[in-house]
Design a protein around this ligand. Structure first.
Ligand code: F6P
Length: 374
Protein backbone atom coordinates (compact mmCIF):
# COMPACT_ATOMS: atom_id res chain seq x y z
CA UNK A 1 0.00 0.00 0.00
CA UNK A 2 1.47 3.37 -0.94
CA UNK A 3 0.97 6.26 1.46
CA UNK A 4 -0.52 9.29 -0.27
CA UNK A 5 1.55 12.41 0.22
CA UNK A 6 -0.65 15.48 0.48
CA UNK A 7 0.62 19.05 0.46
CA UNK A 8 -0.14 20.94 3.67
CA UNK A 9 -3.27 23.07 3.38
CA UNK A 10 -1.78 26.40 4.38
CA UNK A 11 -2.26 29.91 3.12
CA UNK A 12 -0.85 33.26 4.11
CA UNK A 13 -2.48 36.69 4.15
CA UNK A 14 -0.76 40.03 3.76
CA UNK A 15 -1.80 43.66 3.48
CA UNK A 16 0.39 45.90 1.37
CA UNK A 17 0.71 49.51 0.18
CA UNK A 18 -1.38 52.30 1.67
CA UNK A 19 -3.68 50.89 4.34
CA UNK A 20 -7.43 51.21 3.80
CA UNK A 21 -10.27 51.05 6.34
CA UNK A 22 -11.90 47.64 5.97
CA UNK A 23 -8.66 45.72 5.50
CA UNK A 24 -9.17 44.21 8.95
CA UNK A 25 -12.62 42.98 8.00
CA UNK A 26 -11.02 41.24 5.01
CA UNK A 27 -8.31 39.68 7.21
CA UNK A 28 -10.92 38.45 9.64
CA UNK A 29 -13.20 36.94 6.99
CA UNK A 30 -10.26 35.38 5.12
CA UNK A 31 -9.04 33.77 8.35
CA UNK A 32 -12.45 32.48 9.40
CA UNK A 33 -13.35 31.07 5.98
CA UNK A 34 -9.93 29.42 5.62
CA UNK A 35 -10.11 27.83 9.07
CA UNK A 36 -13.66 26.63 8.44
CA UNK A 37 -12.36 24.87 5.32
CA UNK A 38 -9.81 23.03 7.48
CA UNK A 39 -6.79 25.00 6.22
CA UNK A 40 -4.18 26.74 8.34
CA UNK A 41 -3.63 30.49 8.11
CA UNK A 42 -0.50 32.57 8.52
CA UNK A 43 -0.52 36.36 8.82
CA UNK A 44 2.44 38.18 7.26
CA UNK A 45 3.61 41.31 9.11
CA UNK A 46 4.32 44.50 7.09
CA UNK A 47 3.41 43.29 3.62
CA UNK A 48 6.02 41.98 1.16
CA UNK A 49 8.80 43.44 3.32
CA UNK A 50 7.72 41.17 6.18
CA UNK A 51 7.39 38.24 3.81
CA UNK A 52 11.03 38.44 2.72
CA UNK A 53 12.06 38.82 6.35
CA UNK A 54 10.02 35.70 7.23
CA UNK A 55 7.75 37.62 9.58
CA UNK A 56 4.87 35.18 9.55
CA UNK A 57 2.73 34.03 12.43
CA UNK A 58 -0.18 31.60 12.69
CA UNK A 59 -3.60 33.24 12.72
CA UNK A 60 -6.73 31.70 14.16
CA UNK A 61 -10.30 32.81 14.82
CA UNK A 62 -9.35 34.14 18.29
CA UNK A 63 -6.74 36.47 16.79
CA UNK A 64 -9.20 38.17 14.49
CA UNK A 65 -12.29 38.15 16.67
CA UNK A 66 -12.27 41.84 17.55
CA UNK A 67 -10.60 43.53 14.63
CA UNK A 68 -13.57 44.22 12.34
CA UNK A 69 -14.21 47.65 13.91
CA UNK A 70 -10.59 48.81 13.68
CA UNK A 71 -9.11 51.06 11.01
CA UNK A 72 -5.67 50.39 9.50
CA UNK A 73 -4.53 46.79 9.35
CA UNK A 74 -3.66 44.47 12.23
CA UNK A 75 -0.93 42.92 10.05
CA UNK A 76 0.78 46.22 9.31
CA UNK A 77 1.63 47.35 5.80
CA UNK A 78 4.58 48.62 3.79
CA UNK A 79 5.67 49.64 0.33
CA UNK A 80 8.48 47.26 -0.71
CA UNK A 81 10.57 48.54 -3.65
CA UNK A 82 12.85 45.48 -3.49
CA UNK A 83 9.96 43.30 -4.62
CA UNK A 84 10.50 44.61 -8.15
CA UNK A 85 13.62 42.43 -8.24
CA UNK A 86 13.55 38.78 -9.19
CA UNK A 87 15.99 37.78 -6.41
CA UNK A 88 13.65 39.24 -3.77
CA UNK A 89 10.70 37.33 -5.18
CA UNK A 90 12.77 34.11 -5.24
CA UNK A 91 13.43 34.65 -1.56
CA UNK A 92 9.73 35.19 -0.86
CA UNK A 93 8.83 31.98 -2.71
CA UNK A 94 11.49 30.05 -0.82
CA UNK A 95 10.13 31.29 2.52
CA UNK A 96 6.59 30.30 1.62
CA UNK A 97 7.76 26.87 0.42
CA UNK A 98 9.81 26.28 3.57
CA UNK A 99 6.71 26.89 5.63
CA UNK A 100 4.58 24.64 3.43
CA UNK A 101 2.39 27.55 2.35
CA UNK A 102 0.89 27.08 -1.10
CA UNK A 103 -1.35 30.13 -1.39
CA UNK A 104 -1.15 33.85 -0.70
CA UNK A 105 -4.02 36.31 -0.24
CA UNK A 106 -2.88 39.83 -1.09
CA UNK A 107 -5.02 42.71 0.15
CA UNK A 108 -4.00 46.00 -1.44
CA UNK A 109 -4.00 48.28 -4.45
CA UNK A 110 -2.40 48.41 -7.86
CA UNK A 111 1.27 47.98 -6.86
CA UNK A 112 0.48 45.25 -4.34
CA UNK A 113 -1.49 43.22 -6.87
CA UNK A 114 1.29 43.65 -9.44
CA UNK A 115 3.61 42.14 -6.81
CA UNK A 116 1.27 39.15 -6.43
CA UNK A 117 1.26 38.61 -10.17
CA UNK A 118 5.04 38.68 -10.39
CA UNK A 119 5.34 36.30 -7.44
CA UNK A 120 3.05 33.76 -9.09
CA UNK A 121 4.47 34.12 -12.61
CA UNK A 122 4.80 30.54 -13.92
CA UNK A 123 7.50 31.56 -16.40
CA UNK A 124 9.62 33.01 -13.62
CA UNK A 125 8.88 30.51 -10.87
CA UNK A 126 7.83 27.27 -12.58
CA UNK A 127 6.47 24.78 -10.03
CA UNK A 128 7.60 27.00 -7.17
CA UNK A 129 4.92 29.58 -8.04
CA UNK A 130 2.44 29.93 -5.17
CA UNK A 131 -1.23 30.42 -5.89
CA UNK A 132 -2.27 34.04 -5.38
CA UNK A 133 -5.60 35.82 -5.07
CA UNK A 134 -6.06 39.55 -4.75
CA UNK A 135 -8.54 41.60 -2.75
CA UNK A 136 -8.82 45.21 -3.97
CA UNK A 137 -8.16 47.70 -1.16
CA UNK A 138 -7.27 51.33 -1.77
CA UNK A 139 -9.05 54.55 -0.88
CA UNK A 140 -8.17 55.91 -4.35
CA UNK A 141 -10.62 53.64 -6.24
CA UNK A 142 -8.12 53.49 -9.06
CA UNK A 143 -8.32 49.73 -9.67
CA UNK A 144 -10.24 48.64 -12.75
CA UNK A 145 -12.69 45.72 -13.12
CA UNK A 146 -14.15 46.32 -9.67
CA UNK A 147 -16.60 49.15 -9.09
CA UNK A 148 -15.29 49.66 -5.59
CA UNK A 149 -12.21 48.85 -3.56
CA UNK A 150 -12.16 48.43 0.20
CA UNK A 151 -11.70 51.78 2.00
CA UNK A 152 -13.30 54.09 -0.56
CA UNK A 153 -16.63 54.39 1.26
CA UNK A 154 -15.04 55.21 4.62
CA UNK A 155 -12.65 57.72 3.05
CA UNK A 156 -15.56 59.41 1.30
CA UNK A 157 -17.49 59.62 4.56
CA UNK A 158 -14.46 61.08 6.32
CA UNK A 159 -14.07 63.76 3.65
CA UNK A 160 -17.77 64.63 3.73
CA UNK A 161 -17.75 64.89 7.51
CA UNK A 162 -14.70 67.18 7.38
CA UNK A 163 -16.31 69.33 4.65
CA UNK A 164 -19.53 69.64 6.67
CA UNK A 165 -17.51 70.92 9.62
CA UNK A 166 -15.49 73.30 7.50
CA UNK A 167 -18.71 74.54 5.84
CA UNK A 168 -20.02 75.65 9.27
CA UNK A 169 -17.08 77.89 9.98
CA UNK A 170 -16.85 78.98 6.33
CA UNK A 171 -20.49 80.12 6.47
CA UNK A 172 -19.93 81.98 9.73
CA UNK A 173 -17.07 83.99 8.18
CA UNK A 174 -18.18 84.16 4.52
CA UNK A 175 -14.93 82.43 3.62
CA UNK A 176 -13.74 80.41 0.68
CA UNK A 177 -12.10 77.09 1.53
CA UNK A 178 -9.94 75.03 -0.77
CA UNK A 179 -9.92 71.51 0.66
CA UNK A 180 -7.31 69.10 -0.68
CA UNK A 181 -8.13 65.41 -0.56
CA UNK A 182 -6.11 62.24 -1.23
CA UNK A 183 -6.68 59.99 -4.22
CA UNK A 184 -3.25 59.89 -5.85
CA UNK A 185 -3.73 60.48 -9.62
CA UNK A 186 -7.41 59.67 -9.57
CA UNK A 187 -10.18 62.25 -9.05
CA UNK A 188 -12.81 59.73 -7.95
CA UNK A 189 -12.68 60.54 -4.22
CA UNK A 190 -12.64 64.29 -4.86
CA UNK A 191 -15.59 64.14 -7.23
CA UNK A 192 -17.82 61.79 -5.25
CA UNK A 193 -17.11 63.66 -2.02
CA UNK A 194 -17.85 66.98 -3.70
CA UNK A 195 -21.27 65.74 -4.76
CA UNK A 196 -22.02 64.30 -1.32
CA UNK A 197 -20.73 67.34 0.56
CA UNK A 198 -22.56 69.87 -1.63
CA UNK A 199 -19.31 71.56 -2.67
CA UNK A 200 -19.41 74.51 -5.07
CA UNK A 201 -16.50 73.35 -7.16
CA UNK A 202 -14.22 70.39 -7.68
CA UNK A 203 -10.76 70.32 -9.25
CA UNK A 204 -9.65 66.90 -10.45
CA UNK A 205 -6.79 65.65 -12.62
CA UNK A 206 -8.95 63.99 -15.29
CA UNK A 207 -10.14 67.45 -16.42
CA UNK A 208 -6.57 68.26 -17.50
CA UNK A 209 -7.18 71.96 -16.94
CA UNK A 210 -4.35 74.44 -17.09
CA UNK A 211 -3.34 76.34 -13.94
CA UNK A 212 -4.87 79.65 -15.12
CA UNK A 213 -8.13 77.94 -15.92
CA UNK A 214 -8.33 76.41 -12.44
CA UNK A 215 -7.63 79.77 -10.79
CA UNK A 216 -10.40 81.31 -12.90
CA UNK A 217 -12.77 78.46 -11.97
CA UNK A 218 -12.37 79.23 -8.27
CA UNK A 219 -12.73 82.96 -8.84
CA UNK A 220 -15.89 82.41 -10.90
CA UNK A 221 -17.36 80.20 -8.16
CA UNK A 222 -16.66 82.88 -5.55
CA UNK A 223 -18.22 85.61 -7.70
CA UNK A 224 -21.27 83.49 -8.53
CA UNK A 225 -21.94 82.69 -4.87
CA UNK A 226 -21.50 86.36 -3.87
CA UNK A 227 -23.85 87.51 -6.62
CA UNK A 228 -26.68 85.21 -5.67
CA UNK A 229 -26.38 85.10 -1.88
CA UNK A 230 -26.89 87.87 0.63
CA UNK A 231 -26.23 85.51 3.50
CA UNK A 232 -24.07 82.38 3.59
CA UNK A 233 -21.54 83.36 0.98
CA UNK A 234 -19.17 80.56 1.78
CA UNK A 235 -17.51 78.61 -0.99
CA UNK A 236 -16.27 75.05 -0.67
CA UNK A 237 -13.85 73.97 -3.40
CA UNK A 238 -12.54 70.41 -3.25
CA UNK A 239 -9.21 69.81 -4.92
CA UNK A 240 -7.79 66.38 -5.66
CA UNK A 241 -4.13 65.87 -4.68
CA UNK A 242 -3.59 64.58 -8.23
CA UNK A 243 -4.00 68.13 -9.60
CA UNK A 244 -0.43 69.26 -10.21
CA UNK A 245 -0.86 72.93 -9.20
CA UNK A 246 -0.01 73.02 -5.50
CA UNK A 247 -2.81 74.03 -3.18
CA UNK A 248 -0.69 76.79 -1.62
CA UNK A 249 0.04 78.30 -5.02
CA UNK A 250 -3.59 77.96 -6.08
CA UNK A 251 -4.72 79.92 -3.01
CA UNK A 252 -2.16 82.63 -3.62
CA UNK A 253 -3.14 83.02 -7.25
CA UNK A 254 -6.86 83.02 -6.41
CA UNK A 255 -6.27 85.79 -3.84
CA UNK A 256 -4.38 87.87 -6.40
CA UNK A 257 -7.01 87.30 -9.10
CA UNK A 258 -9.84 88.25 -6.72
CA UNK A 259 -8.06 91.50 -5.84
CA UNK A 260 -7.45 92.26 -9.51
CA UNK A 261 -11.13 91.56 -10.26
CA UNK A 262 -11.97 94.59 -8.14
CA UNK A 263 -12.70 93.09 -4.76
CA UNK A 264 -13.31 95.53 -1.90
CA UNK A 265 -9.83 96.07 -0.39
CA UNK A 266 -11.53 96.86 2.94
CA UNK A 267 -13.36 93.52 2.85
CA UNK A 268 -11.34 91.14 0.68
CA UNK A 269 -12.65 87.63 0.07
CA UNK A 270 -10.93 85.53 2.68
CA UNK A 271 -9.60 82.21 1.44
CA UNK A 272 -8.32 79.39 3.58
CA UNK A 273 -6.75 76.04 2.77
CA UNK A 274 -7.23 72.69 4.51
CA UNK A 275 -5.18 69.69 3.42
CA UNK A 276 -6.92 66.62 4.81
CA UNK A 277 -3.95 64.34 4.01
CA UNK A 278 -3.75 61.04 5.87
CA UNK A 279 -6.84 61.84 7.94
CA UNK A 280 -8.73 60.55 4.89
CA UNK A 281 -7.13 57.10 5.19
CA UNK A 282 -7.72 56.53 8.89
CA UNK A 283 -10.63 55.89 11.19
CA UNK A 284 -13.08 53.11 11.85
CA UNK A 285 -14.37 51.50 8.67
CA UNK A 286 -17.96 52.22 7.65
CA UNK A 287 -20.46 49.35 7.88
CA UNK A 288 -20.32 49.13 4.09
CA UNK A 289 -16.51 48.72 4.04
CA UNK A 290 -16.72 46.06 6.75
CA UNK A 291 -19.20 44.13 4.63
CA UNK A 292 -17.33 44.72 1.39
CA UNK A 293 -14.07 43.50 2.96
CA UNK A 294 -15.80 40.43 4.38
CA UNK A 295 -17.61 39.53 1.18
CA UNK A 296 -14.61 39.97 -1.10
CA UNK A 297 -12.42 37.95 1.26
CA UNK A 298 -14.97 35.15 1.39
CA UNK A 299 -15.00 34.93 -2.41
CA UNK A 300 -11.20 35.29 -2.74
CA UNK A 301 -10.38 32.54 -0.24
CA UNK A 302 -12.91 30.13 -1.68
CA UNK A 303 -11.47 30.75 -5.14
CA UNK A 304 -7.93 30.04 -3.91
CA UNK A 305 -8.91 26.91 -2.02
CA UNK A 306 -10.77 25.61 -5.07
CA UNK A 307 -7.53 25.87 -7.07
CA UNK A 308 -7.81 29.30 -8.73
CA UNK A 309 -4.73 31.50 -8.98
CA UNK A 310 -3.82 34.90 -10.46
CA UNK A 311 -7.35 36.18 -9.92
CA UNK A 312 -8.92 38.98 -7.88
CA UNK A 313 -12.26 39.11 -6.10
CA UNK A 314 -14.21 42.06 -7.51
CA UNK A 315 -17.33 43.98 -6.52
CA UNK A 316 -19.68 44.29 -9.51
CA UNK A 317 -17.27 45.04 -12.39
CA UNK A 318 -18.42 48.22 -14.12
CA UNK A 319 -19.13 46.61 -17.49
CA UNK A 320 -20.06 43.28 -19.07
CA UNK A 321 -16.88 41.23 -19.33
CA UNK A 322 -16.18 38.02 -21.30
CA UNK A 323 -16.23 34.89 -19.16
CA UNK A 324 -12.54 34.35 -19.89
CA UNK A 325 -11.91 37.47 -17.80
CA UNK A 326 -14.68 37.51 -15.19
CA UNK A 327 -17.03 34.94 -13.74
CA UNK A 328 -19.80 35.66 -11.28
CA UNK A 329 -19.00 34.10 -7.92
CA UNK A 330 -21.23 31.18 -7.00
CA UNK A 331 -20.76 32.25 -3.36
CA UNK A 332 -21.98 35.86 -3.68
CA UNK A 333 -24.12 37.33 -6.47
CA UNK A 334 -22.50 40.78 -6.15
CA UNK A 335 -18.94 39.46 -6.40
CA UNK A 336 -16.93 38.29 -9.37
CA UNK A 337 -13.68 36.41 -9.78
CA UNK A 338 -11.64 38.34 -12.33
CA UNK A 339 -8.42 37.60 -14.11
CA UNK A 340 -5.60 39.47 -12.36
CA UNK A 341 -3.49 40.25 -15.46
CA UNK A 342 -6.64 41.74 -17.05
CA UNK A 343 -7.24 43.86 -13.93
CA UNK A 344 -3.74 45.30 -14.07
CA UNK A 345 -3.93 45.97 -17.82
CA UNK A 346 -7.26 47.76 -17.44
CA UNK A 347 -5.94 49.70 -14.42
CA UNK A 348 -2.96 50.92 -16.41
CA UNK A 349 -5.33 52.09 -19.12
CA UNK A 350 -7.51 53.85 -16.56
CA UNK A 351 -4.53 55.64 -15.04
CA UNK A 352 -3.39 56.74 -18.48
CA UNK A 353 -6.87 58.16 -19.11
CA UNK A 354 -7.60 55.68 -21.86
CA UNK A 355 -10.26 53.04 -22.42
CA UNK A 356 -13.97 52.75 -21.72
CA UNK A 357 -13.88 53.27 -17.95
CA UNK A 358 -11.63 56.34 -18.13
CA UNK A 359 -13.83 57.85 -20.85
CA UNK A 360 -16.99 57.12 -18.90
CA UNK A 361 -15.60 58.62 -15.71
CA UNK A 362 -14.36 61.70 -17.53
CA UNK A 363 -17.74 62.23 -19.20
CA UNK A 364 -19.66 61.83 -15.93
CA UNK A 365 -17.21 64.09 -14.07
CA UNK A 366 -17.73 66.78 -16.70
CA UNK A 367 -21.51 66.51 -16.41
CA UNK A 368 -21.26 66.83 -12.63
CA UNK A 369 -18.88 69.73 -12.98
CA UNK A 370 -21.38 71.61 -15.08
CA UNK A 371 -24.23 71.20 -12.61
CA UNK A 372 -22.28 71.69 -9.37
CA UNK A 373 -21.37 75.25 -10.28
CA UNK A 374 -24.93 76.35 -11.22
O1 F6P B 1 -2.85 55.03 -2.36
C1 F6P B 1 -3.36 55.51 -1.16
C2 F6P B 1 -2.75 56.83 -0.80
O2 F6P B 1 -3.31 57.23 0.42
C3 F6P B 1 -2.90 57.93 -1.85
O3 F6P B 1 -4.16 58.53 -1.83
C4 F6P B 1 -1.78 58.85 -1.48
O4 F6P B 1 -1.34 59.58 -2.60
C5 F6P B 1 -0.71 57.91 -1.01
O5 F6P B 1 -1.35 56.70 -0.64
C6 F6P B 1 0.09 58.40 0.17
O6 F6P B 1 1.10 57.49 0.43
P1 F6P B 1 2.01 57.50 1.72
O7 F6P B 1 1.15 57.14 2.89
O8 F6P B 1 3.05 56.49 1.43
O9 F6P B 1 2.51 58.90 1.86
Amino acid sequence: MSAEITAPKRLAILTSGGDAPGMNAAIRAATLVTCAAGWEVFGVRQGYQGLIEDKLEPLGPRDVQRIVREGGTMLGSARCKAFHERATRDRARAILAARGISGLVVIGGNGSLAGALALSDPEEAGDAAPRVVGIPASIDNDLALTSLSIGVDTAMNTIVEACDKIADTASAHDRTFIIEVMGRDCGYLAMTSAVAAGADLVLYPEAERGDDEMVQDVVRAVEAVRKRAVRDRRVIAIKSEGVRLSTTELKQRVDEALMRAGGDPEHPVETRVTVLGHVVRGGRPSAFDRLLGSRLANVAVRALISGRTRVMAAWLPPSELPTAIATRSSDDPYCFVVDLPAVLRATEELLEGEGALANWRKAVFMQLDAVLSL
